[in-house]
Design a protein around this ligand. Sequence first.
Ligand code: NAP
Length: 304
Amino acid sequence: MKTMHLAVAGASGQLGTLVVNELIRQRAIHPGMALTAITRTPGHHAAWQEQGIDVRFGDYDQPQGLAAAFHGVERLLLISTNAIDGTGRRLEQHRHAIAAARLAGVDHIVYTSFLQPEEGKTSLLNDDHLATEALLQESGIGHTILRNAFYQDLLLVVLGTAAMDGQLRTAMGQGHVSCVAREDCAHAAAAALAADYRGNRILDITGPAALDARALAAIAAQVFGKSIEVVALDADSRARHFIAAGMPASMATMLAGIERWLATDAMHLVSDDFTRLTGRQASPVQAFLQAHRRQLLAPTLPPA
Ligand SMILES: NC(=O)c1ccc[n+]([C@@H]2O[C@H](COP(=O)([O-])OP(=O)(O)OC[C@H]3O[C@@H](n4cnc5c(N)ncnc54)[C@H](OP(=O)(O)O)[C@@H]3O)[C@@H](O)[C@H]2O)c1
């Protein structure tokens, strides 16, 4: 059997780590995979190296070394970076990665995009993903675009102190959101990478339901056994509230901006692409909240 050379770029991030570990698990069942992890911090991954993973340095801000990092790779997972600062840096990073993949002769790129990127709508979330999807089209490299919905994991921040004070403050208005677990996004990415699909496709990776703030509050109320009311805020007040709770201003503004984006119903789509790709059911919000109940009862802000 021919060995397929798969690589995860951005392997040290939360999603990347989950994908590498899932591929290690799959490799144990279906040998015939060579695995490479590409990251800015290869020195942190002795454990992966001990499991036969080729760990390489790669930084999209240093494009001169990237083609060497991608050498020999047939299928590459390109995880969108977290340089979400409105300067255009993230798009440049993705441009460098796609150019290097082309130079290295990568056959197929799996890219983690965001649900419902739309022409004519501008936001920090929309623009880089739309432009990166266009770069992939132009590259001529076969690609699978995974349009991931809003992570359920972000509910740990969005719900804030709701489990304690019974108030779900939000700027998402009447919008709906089809939150998906980061872990499910990792299963989708691993499946798309290990598949033998060679054309160009776009898959919407969503949770099983689109929920508005009232539905989220009702699920949270059920999980916490207390009533939770929705307190509607505009985005500026929401950002001020995050900051008052100790969140750095840049992150507060970004999260409030995401909620304002959700208010336009920009992420309501529900798809069964996840199930068709992985053979699993996407995990519902209720299961996520139940699993993180203790954390939500003693919330701490995530690092900036
Ligand atoms: N769907 C959602 O709700 C949602 C939420 C948050 C983020 N996202 C997006 O999904 C991505 C993965 O999520 P996550 O939770 O794993 O985020 P994360 O833990 O913050 O990971 C950040 C990722 O960016 C990579 N990165 C940053 N700068 C880079 C550079 N100069 N060159 C190469 N790679 C670079 C990191 O790779 P290394 O550290 O390995 O170099 C890592 O994979 C994020 O980066 C973001 O674009 C989506």
